[in-house]
Each structure stands twice: as C-alpha cells, then as structure tokens.
Ligand binder design. Structure first.
Ligand SMILES: O=P(O)(O)OC[C@H]1O[C@H](O[C@H]2O[C@H](CO)[C@@H](O)[C@H](O)[C@H]2O)[C@H](O)[C@@H](O)[C@@H]1O
Length: 522
C-alpha cells in the first residue's frame, strides 16, 4: 500500500532534490563535511566559548544539509561558538573564511566522487519513469554547485528538463533554502504554478521551503533516521517506492489471470447483459512491427470484428491518426477513434472532434517542425504526425542513441505548456495538455451509443500505458483485458484479465462473438 500518491491531474510537475533523494551523495557530502570540520576544529586553538568536539551526523542534519556550501560553514561554526568572516568566492581553499573552508570541503567532495562514483537510488528512478509515462514533468533542484557533474556521472541528466542548482542560484542571485526562491524558479521554468507541483526533499530547509512556497504536495524522504525531523512535509516516506502515481494500476502483469483460462467466468459476466467491445489497435489487435506503416490486422481478425459488430457495439480507440486507423481496420459497423480519442468517426458517418484539443494545434505544428529538424541526423528515428499528436518512434534507433532521442522529444514537449508527453512501446508522444484520454473517449462513446445502465458490460483490451486510462475506466463495471508483451516487464495494470498476444485476443473475441450471437441471433 503506497503512503501517498502523485495525481497527474493535480500535480503537473514534481521537483526532486538531488543529494539523498536521487543520488546517494548525501553520505559523500557528510563525509566531506566531517573531514573539513574535524580537521579545522582539531587545528584551531582552544577557546573557552568554543566547542571543538568532532562533527556528528546530527550536526550534518541540523546545520549543513540542504544549504548552500557557505551557509553550511557559517551555521555549523556558529553552533560551536565560532564566527569567521564570510570572505569571497576568490578565497583559496582552506583560507580561514566561510568561502575558503567551503572551497576546501568542495575539494574533499570531488575527491570522494572520483574515488567512489555516484550511486543512484533505484526507487527514485522507478518513480520518475512512472511520472514520465503519466505525462508529469520533472525538475531537479539543489543547493549544490556540483549538481550537473553528479547528474552526468550518475547517467540521469536526461531525466530532467529543468535544473536549478547552486550555480544557477548564484547567477540569478537567488537565496538558498529554506527560502523557496530556487523552487519557484524551477516551477517557473517548467511553466507550472507551485500549487500544481509536488516537491520531494530530504532536508529540513528543503521541506520548509516547499511548505512556505505553497507547493501542492511536500514529500519528505527519510531513508534513515527518524522521520520526525521532516515535520513540515505532508508525508514522510523511507523509500520512494511508497509514492505511487495515481492511475498506475492495482496489480502486476504477472498476477493477472489469463482470459482464455478464465473464459467461464467472463461468459457468466456477459450472459444476459449488453456488451460493448472497445479495443486498442497496435500491439492489441495487430502485432507490433518495426515499420508502423506495415501493420495490418492478422488474417481472420477483421472477420471476427465484423461478426461482433453486427451484434454489439464495437469501437477501436488508437493512438494512430483517424484516417490511417480506418484504412487499417475496415470494419464498416465499428466506431474508430484516432489520436488517442481526440477524433472519432461512427459507422453512420458521424464525425466528432475534441474541440479543446484544437487550441494545441499550433504547438503540435511547431513541435513537429522542431522534432523533424533535430532528429533528421538520427538514423531510425521517425516523427509521425497525427492530427492531434506527434509521435517519435525510436524502435529502429541504435540503442546508444535512444536516450538522446527521448530527451530531445521531452525537451521539445516540455517547452510547450499546451502539450503533454506520454510514453508507449518504443515511442514518445506529444498530445494536447487537456483532460482527455482513451478512458474519457471510451466513456464518451458508451454515452453516445446509448450504452448506459447496470445491464451494460464494457469490454476493453489494450497493451500499452495509454490504454491503462481505458482499463481503469472499465475496472468497476466492465471487463479489462491486457495484451501481454515482453516489452513491458512486470508493470502495474488496471486489467482484470490478460491474453498472451493479438492471436489469443482474436480467439477471445471470437468466443465473445459466439456468445453474443446466441443471445442476440438477429
Ligand atoms: O493506441 P495504439 O493503437 O496502440 O497506437 C499507439 C501507437 O501505435 C503505433 O506504434 C506502435 O506500433 C508500431 C507498429 O507495430 C511500432 O513500430 C511502434 O514501436 C509502436 O509504438 C503507431 O505507429 C503510433 O502512431 C501509435 O500512437
């Protein structure tokens, strides 16, 4: 059970502190501080009003954690009755000023980084991955002037469209935490209000900054030590595995029972009811291919859909452009919804467009232009424009180029507040940033067809992350089926049943068609 959740509809972005939250550098910092202060206090001449006992873990948390380096030197030494001049940035390492001692500590920190490297926290990376899949932006904020170096060394720089660190703060003259200025700057750069942002912090000044800045959710991380020191946080977790992204699902793919094995249960649920069958296309009805233009329904699937559509409502809801989808489906009695449900066409010639998506068309045009230019040199990268989305396919990109392609797509999407970014099977997609998805489109379709009421059973099948909105939508009153693929590992899903691929789904649809025919021979 998660301790808290980030809700993509309320939290448009999450600001992550670096040291101790993303990267296991808090201990490297603590060790460098200890080396600095223990050396300095041992050499300093004793004085009755001064405490020269060794630096402790408690000192680290109380006086230096999360603060700009020079503030940390000043605050710790003051706690021991020592006041040094501030000095200036040009002071030599070890000079007896706050700047001079800060510079010495930085040298110790860099030595330790070189010796130890940087370990990242896997729970943070998993959370960021899940946030990105749900279109939530991420930024990194840090008091550290080594932030960029640490991110690079850890191999996670590409995960953050925005970085506001000690270097940026100095350039802009921003005060350090607990002042919220650095957090405000990160939110401003993302184009998101603080009231729509969550902050993840492991230090008291960081938590206090987020609290006083009016951020929507403040998550404190106490990986070790008592959670009580982060009292200003909305919730304190010992691991980011306790932070869920709302909507990511309720069970692992490996725990979802097979639909063909569980057919008797499904048939019982459908018998005597009015089913409506709604289906994703790529990876669900049609197997994945390297070339998106080469995809076709497998032999027999079209016929099963035609039989089904004669006896109950059938719709195909896809990320593909509507026109492209209709050419590939060719089932006259079925609804088709393209661009993830932004554009729909009915069997009777009805054509419906999600009007609010039209305001994003200039952003999509610009994003398509920039993506085409920037990705032209990358072999295998494919920019695929649909009316209400731009997809960047990287299935055919060399593995060592994939990260670059993803970060280009995210950067171009993140720079346009009118767009949101989603991830699918070897594809990143930019969509209008409005509250519309396959789940909303599914419910709209059911209403439009007149299928409302307790005797209706919506059946939805899909394979990808964007299908989870629809699987969640049918979770309580319908039958959700996930089409398994090796590409998804053991992620979470809202589906109640699974099939092992498009062929098995076709077999299941054929059984449903027979059942519906029995109950509705006309
Ligand atoms: O909602 P869907 O019907 O699943 O559409 C999602 C995207 O599917 C297509 O891309 C995927 O299938 C390609 C062909 O098998 C494959 O090469 C690619 O890696 C997959 O992501 C389609 O081309 C996209 O436009 C859809 O958005």
């Amino acid at each position: 059970m998660a301790a808290t959740s980030i809700d993509p509809l309320r939290h448009r972005a999450v600001l992550f502190d670096l040291d101790g939250v993303l990267a296991d550098t808090a201990t490297v910092h603590a060790t460098a501080w200890q080396r600095l202060f223990d050396g300095y206090l041992a050499e300093r001449a004793p004085a009755p009003a001064e405490d020269h006992l060794p630096f402790t873990g408690d000192d680290y948390l109380r006086h230096v954690d999360g603060k700009p380096r020079v503030d940390g030197v000043r605050d710790f030494l003051r706690s021991r009755g020592i006041r040094l001049p501030l000095g200036s940035a040009g002071d030599a390492a070890g000079q007896e000023t706050c700047h001079g001692l800060g510079k010495l500590k930085d040298g110790y920190f860099r030595d330790a980084l070189d010796a130890q490297g940087v370990a990242v926290f896997d729970d943070a990376i998993a959370l960021i991955d899940s946030l990105h899949r749900h279109g939530v932006w991420t930024a990194v904020i840090s008091a550290s002037r080594n932030c960029a170096a640490v991110l690079e060394r850890a191999g996670i720089a590409h995960l953050f469209g925005v970085r506001v660190d000690g270097v940026v703060a100095e350039e802009l003259g921003l005060p350090g935490k607990p002042d919220p200025a650095v957090l405000f700057e990160a939110a401003r750069r993302l184009g998101v209000r603080p009231s729509s942002c969550a902050v993840v912090e492991d230090s008291e000044p960081g938590v206090d900054a987020a609290r006083s800045g009016g951020f929507a959710l403040v998550v404190g991380v106490a990986r070790s030590g008592p959670p009580t020191r982060l009292l200003g946080a909305d919730v304190v977790v010992s691991s980011l595995a306790d932070v869920a992204v709302a909507g990511s699902g309720e069970r692992r793919l490996s725990d979802v029972p097979d639909a063909l094995d569980g057919w008797a249960e499904i048939a019982d649920r459908l018998r005597g009811h009015r089913p409506a069958v709604l289906l994703d296309f790529d990876g669900t009805l049609a197997p994945i291919r390297d070339d998106p233009t080469a995809v076709a329904l497998p032999a027999g699937t079209g016929e099963v859909l035609r039989v089904l559509a004669r006896h109950c409502p059938v719709a195909v809801i896809s990320g593909r452009d509507l026109r492209d989808l209709r050419e590939r489906v060719r089932v006259e009695d079925a609804w088709c919804a393209g661009s993830h449900g932004f554009e729909l066409a009915g069997p009777d010639g009805t054509s419906v467009v999600q009007q609010s998506g039209e305001t994003a068309l200039p952003d999509l045009d610009e994003a398509e232009r920039l993506l085409s230019t920037e990705l032209r040199p990358v072999a295998g990268a494919l920019v695929d424009r649909k009316r209400f989305a731009v997809a960047v396919h990287y299935r055919n990109v060399r593995p060592d180029e994939v990260e670059r392609v993803i970060s280009i797509a995210r950067r171009i999407g993140d720079a346009r507040p009118g767009l949101r970014t989603t991830h699918g099977r070897r594809v990143v997609e930019l969509l209008p940033d409005i509250d519309w998805n396959k789940g909303r489109a599914l419910r709209w379709l059911l209403d439009r067809i007149g299928l409302v009421g307790h005797d209706v059973v919506p059946v939805f099948a899909g394979d990808d992350y964007t299908d989870e909105d629809a699987l969640r939508e049918v979770h309580d009153d319908g039958i959700g089926i996930v089409v398994l693929s090796a590409e998804h590992g053991d992620r979470l899903t809202w589906a109640r049943y699974s099939v092992d691929g498009p062929r098995s789904l076709c077999a299941l649809l054929s059984r449903i068609a027979s059942l519906v025919q029995e109950g509705n021979p006309s």
